[in-house]
Design a protein around this ligand. Structure first.
Ligand code: SAH
Length: 396
């Protein structure tokens, strides 16, 4: 039996029944263990995907190194890849025009969720940044195509490529640094929900908001009151939104992040106390000292990077939420987040419930939220839904 086959003259990758089933269910990935034949397919090639019998399943980008060997870009045959990419980019922009309000910073392109697998694009006012995650998106003429389409449709002052060295290593792509690919400007000020933030794409530490929390910032602001503690505050995303609180304290272990947070506070004429500390230690000390707050935000980094870490991650979430609940006054507000895809919404809710039980607090669920709509969630690709944000009211 031939190891590779041709369909309509283009290279085809043959996938197992399990891989084919996954695609027929609407997912867009096939793992390497489900690829039966792709021997002569070049890294980053556009390929046709077929099942064991040779039936066509879609057109995909191929990675020679990633565990995700196949990422479908279309269920149809693709005659003109450049045209398809441009159409996809224009559709992504049109979608943001429908769902983003009161912000000139948002995610423009969210990889699989925008049918542009391997490409992330963000807008920060007049600057655009992009990141490529796969061999196919890094290859010419694909790069030149999306850069020129972004330039033509949005007329930014500059476009910056942001590089995550680890991702390039995994895809075995040549190392390169973050750099301007168009224009000369690399810093700007953007606004969301009426709050202003500094953005510096290249100098020192990358700055910018966690755009996926944009709608949660506005929701938190609606309920926050009294004395507030923003734990894992980074550059002040939540803290800067809590204008109606009598006192706001932000905690983070990163000094550079807090320096930008302080500049952001100045930009908005706000006084916020920033504390450089390990959040676990600080929460333990504060709760042991009997400190009290009216609003606590918990937005830790992803604790579970893979399935194996879930149990440890849940213990960490429980500890944080337990400490926070002990410090909240009756009537207080807890905004608690998890950005680990591997921690499911129900696992997270149960963990918060366990913390409520151990702290003898009753909680009202005010809002059960997820990521902002500029980070679309595809029902058929569960990995696109990762952020959980619960807003709770401590009753008594
Ligand atoms: N809430 C922020 C985003 C938080 S990202 C926003 O909306 O902008 C997670 C943050 O946790 C990072 O800024 C990181 O520096 C910080 N961090 C990670 N581990 C920490 C720890 N043990 N103690 C305190 N901060 C920590």
């Amino acid at each position: 039996m031939p190891k590779k086959s041709h369909v309509n003259g283009a290279l085809a990758v043959k996938v197992s029944a399990r891989g084919a089933g996954r695609l027929r269910d609407g997912h867009v990935w096939v793992y390497r263990s489900d690829v039966l034949a792709a021997d002569e397919v070049a890294a980053g090639a556009l390929v046709k995907v077929v099942d064991e019998r040779g039936a066509f399943l879609g057109t995909a980008f191929y990675s020679s190194t990633s565990q995700i060997a196949i990422r479908i870009i279309s269920k149809e045959a693709v005659e003109d890849l450049a045209r398809l990419l441009c159409e996809r980019i224009r559709a992504s922009l049109a979608y943001r025009e429908r769902v983003v309000t009161d912000s000139n910073a948002y995610r423009l392109i969210f990889s699989e969720a925008d049918f542009l697998p391997g490409l992330i694009g963000d807008r920060y006012n007049d600057l655009l940044s992009f990141q490529v995650l796969t061999q196919a998106m890094d290859a010419e003429p694909v790069r030149a195509t999306f850069v020129s389409e972004l330039k033509d449709t949005l007329s930014p002052a500059a476009i910056v490529e942001r590089v995550e060295p680890k991702i390039r290593q995994l895809e075995q792509l040549p190392a390169r640094g973050s750099a301007l690919v168009m224009g000369e400007k690399s810093s700007t000020i953007f606004s969301m929900n009426g709050v202003q933030f500094h953005y510096e794409a290249l100098e020192g530490q990358k700055t910018g908001a966690f755009l996926d929390q944009r709608e949660n910032y506005a929701a938190a602001a609606q309920y926050a009151r009294g004395e507030a503690l923003d734990v894992f505050c980074y550059q002040g995303g939540f803290a800067l939104h809590l204008a109606q609180c009598s006192k706001v304290t932000g905690v983070d272990s990163s000094r550079p992040a807090l320096e930008v947070a302080e500049r952001n506070a100045g930009l908005n004429g706000r006084e916020i106390e920033w504390i450089e500390a390990n959040a676990f230690d600080l929460l333990r000390d504060y709760s042991d000292e009997g400190r009290k707050f009216d609003t606590i935000i918990l937005d830790p980094p992803a604790f579970a990077r893979n399935k194996r870490n879930v149990a440890t991650a849940l213990r960490a979430y429980k500890e944080l939420n337990l400490r926070a609940l002990r410090m909240l006054r009756s009537g207080g507000i807890l905004v608690t987040c998890s950005c680990s895809y591997h921690v499911s919404p129900s696992d997270f809710l149960e963990t918060v419930l366990a913390a409520a039980h151990d702290s003898h607090r009753n909680l009202r669920l005010l809002e059960n939220r997820a990521q902002a709509k500029d980070h679309p969630m595809l029902l058929t690709v569960p990995e696109t839904a990762y952020l959980k944000c619960l807003i709770l009211n401590v009753t008594y």
